[in-house]
Structures are given as structure tokens and as C-alpha cells.
Design a binder for this molecule. Sequence first.
Ligand code: DP6
Length: 332
Amino acid sequence: ESFIAYAAAAPNLALIKYWGKRDSRLVLPLNNSISVTLDDQLMRTVTMATASPEFAEDFVELNGKPVEVTDRMRAVLQSLRQRCQRGQDLASWKVRVATRNSFPTAAGLASSSSGLCAFAVAVARLADTLRWLSTVARLGSGSACRSLFAGFAEWSAGQRPDGVDSTASQLASAGHWDLRVLVCVVGAGAKSAPSTQAMARTVATSSLLPARLSCLPDRLAAVREAVAGRDFASLAEMSMRDSNCLHAVCADTYPPVHYLTDASRAIIDFVHRLNEASGRVVLGYTADAGPNVCLLAQPADVHLAAGCLQRAFDIGQVVGDLGEAADNSKVP
Ligand code: DP6
């Protein structure tokens, strides 16, 4: 006897970044974050989870190769075992989780967000308990809870120590606004610090972090408004400012955390030159815990921007498209 469940999730790109936890065990953030989930036709993680009384231990594989079952994955499994609606038998069975990414990990596009989101949804389907998805996905990786939704999502920091109010919700569906993302794959620099450790070090050492946190409420409000009104210039500006702010806070961390390379910075400067020369905001950019830079564009500008980029740089690129992505918040 065994149970099988599937799930798919797409990576999300943070426009207002999550950086710093108020509780690391429960994965509760210091600030709200807003993201856009990429089109799952182009980039997605597909996960199959199987539970059987015959399995001796939990087992996880990624793209066909066994990977370490991390403490975070164990926390997800543990949390779902406690909530399992299929009876105590299944709750004590071990699971096998097989995951495949449809995009190169080299794209560095928060593969943890789609990976841990699909992991949480697949195991939640096994356990037949979908009520606590934000909480469960968050335990795998904070950013994963935003990938439960297609389109634009906001993850509320919440205030309660138990985290029940720290959940993600959808701000706008993917169909609300047709935007494009160009991922500039800058190639790996020095091995960057994993975000979990780096953000803990920022919280412990950065004196700029409080300044970042105090300007976020206004910035979040501006992004919500830009999304609601489909105001590209404002959305792009807020994303660029927040990305710059995140990397400034990383530089202020002691010892400092460096994700951007000279190549990343050259792309950032290029965007500002292009926007200035065009007399309008053609592109926005944002970069996470790695050197790749994601560019935001309106559909009509993608070819112009891609052409200018290719002429200016020797970079590989993936063109992503924010279409209708699977919405895991409404699981059948
Ligand atoms: C820079 O979600 O990977 O991408 O919760 O510790 O697993 P953990 O961190 P993670 O951090 C993502 C950081 C970021 C910004 C963001 O996605 O909001």
C-alpha cells in the first residue's frame, strides 16, 4: 500500500525583499515582502511525493540524484505528520520525494522558492491537509510561501510569536498585468553565502538594517499601488531601490556579504543609462542572493532591451514571461 501526490510550483522573484528573521526556528521574517511568480510554463519545479510503510527512511532526490534531507525539509515533514488527516498509520510512514526543475539551476532564480513550495504542497496533499500551506512552505524556505500564488504575492511578517499571522496572500493574479522578466545569467562569482546564514549575520551585525526596515512600509505601499494601477515606472523604481538597499545592507554586514560582481554592477549601470537615454523607465532590475540580475520590462520593450543588452554584454540569458501560473492556493 502506498500514497502518491504531485505538485508543481514556479520560482518567485522578490521585488521587495525578505531579509532577516524575527524567529529562525519558525521562519518568521522581520518585514513584509512582495514578489511576482514566474510563468510555470517556462520555469517550474515538479515534485512527486510517495508514502509507504515499506520505506525505511525519508529520502529526497533532485533531478534524479539523492540529496541530503535538510533540517528544513524535516521540519516540513514533521509539521505535516502532526497535521496528517489520513490517520496515524500514514503519519508514521516514511516518504520519498522526487523533484525536478524545468530550468537550469545556473539561472540561480531562487530555486529554493519553487523547490520547497512544491515539496510542501506535495507532502501536504499526501497528508490531506492543505489548511496550513503558508506555514508549512515557510518552514522549508521563507521565500517558498510566496510561490503558493501565481501573479503578485505579499508575505506578511505578522506579529504573533507563534507566527499564525505570518502568511502569504495574492495581491493580483498573473493575468492582471503582463510583465516580462529577463534573467541575466552572470555566471558564478566566488561561492556566495547561503541566504539563511547571511541574513542571520545581517540581523546580528548591521546597523543599516533598522534604517532599511523603517523605510519599507512606504515602499511596500508604493509597490501595492503600482501593482494595482499597473504603473511600470513606479514598480521598476521601487524594485531597483529595494534591491540596491538589500545589497547595501549586505555590504554593511560584518564580515560583509557580497553577492553582486562587477558584471552584475555593469548591468545595473547599463539599465540606468538606457532609462536615462530613453527618457522613461524601459527596464527595472532586481538581484537576490547571487550575482544574476533579473530585469523587468513591459512586453513591448523586451526586444529593444534584449537587443541593447546583447550588444553591450557577453551574457547568456533566459527570457521569462509572467503568464498564468499554477495557483497552489486553490488546490482541488
Ligand atoms: C534574497 O527564502 O532562501 O531571495 O528562509 O532562510 O530559506 P530562508 O531564506 P530564503 O531567502 C530569500 C532571500 C532573497 C529575498 C527574497 O526572496 O525575498
